[in-house]
Design a protein around this ligand. Sequence first.
Ligand code: S3P
Length: 434
Amino acid sequence: MKTETQVLVRPARNVRGSVQLPGDKSISHRYAMLAGIAEGKSRLENYSTGADCASTLGCMRALGVKWEKSGNAVEVEGRGLSLAPAAAALDCGNSGSTMRMLSGIVAGQKFSSEMIGDESLSRRPMERVIQPLSEMGAKIDSARGKPPLRISGGALKAIDFKMPVASAQVKSCVLFAGLYADGETRVEEPLRTRDHTEVALRTFGARIERKSLGQGSEARIRGGERLHGVETRIPGDLSSAAFFLCAAAIFPGSQLAVAHLLMNPTRARLLDILMQMGLRISVTELDEVNGELVGSLQVEGAQWKGAAIRGADAAALIDEIPVLAATAPYTEQGLEVRDAKELRVKESDRIAAVAANLRRMGAEVEEFDDGLKIPGGQRLHGAEIDACGDHRIAMAFAVAALRAEGETLIRGAESAAISYPAFFDTLEGLAERN
Ligand code: S3P
């Protein structure tokens, strides 16, 4: 049992300083998996410090991959596509990314594996990966579409898969399984989701064809592609930066510098929305590292207007909606989020968690099946927040607390370590008080 920790957040008068983010969580997972099934050594600098990405490394080790960590750099000795059977169940912890993406690799192995997770992960839907992997020929037992998964892998056949939900994890799972399939696997997504898997597969030497299809895209990969190791530095996590960007946004006159940040266009919609809402963002450096855009930002708080997030934007901003929503009462016109039903099956039901915690802070909020409507121009008061075991809820309400009247107690604050163990210290270092 993890012990619950509480963090007290005092109101601030402004936010000022510079931050360097730990490596992007999405990219860290993918690089750790691909480095393990590549031939030769990889060196991954600025690997995510979050517990989720440690779960991925733990599973890779259990599958026979040797790696060593020094500081935040991970050196991986790739085994090629064939992994070794694990002696025990693969523990994915709280990480949906680990279970969903790694299931594609495990399904291609000539042995059986069991994948387990914590209480929250054990409630999350896995049918979305079970269905395509079964169609490819894997045999998967589950607890009615939920973990644990028992996967008997082996000879997979290629499929043409049209994803019913916009999910980068599902897309990645099928593309990874495609590496082990006989023939060409095609994955079509209805709305564009983060493309780190497609970019990373190329970086590790696989041939992959891609094209845009309206608001979505398709990717094709052939089985048997060989991967080689890479040496790279992982860009700073944009979804973690979102907490500081929103902290800057709620204080006119705030100033923030963010260096070496991931700017991949399938993730950077957040920056467009924040600018539309009035945050001043200038990109002071822009570079490409192994197919991923990386930049440095200079940020200034000015106005904080409202926004509406729906359709393709809901998919593009799915991880940032909790902090946008938690800070929405401070906007001038409010925030409306629709088409975001996926938020209900994240680490917690994020729609319910945001609504309940906003109400605890005295806010007016309307909850829909697929979103929220939060009027602007509201004043919040300090309260006791329940993080619901969800890292993004804990961090989102620590940011909202900076402009509340009185102190806010974040219960379940330890969950921030899932993606960002240093979060509270970093936030505290940026907050200016009288
Ligand atoms: C992720 C995809 C998203 C996101 C998650 C990370 C990824 O999940 O919410 O935090 O790295 O591919 P879905 O694929 O379920 O949308």
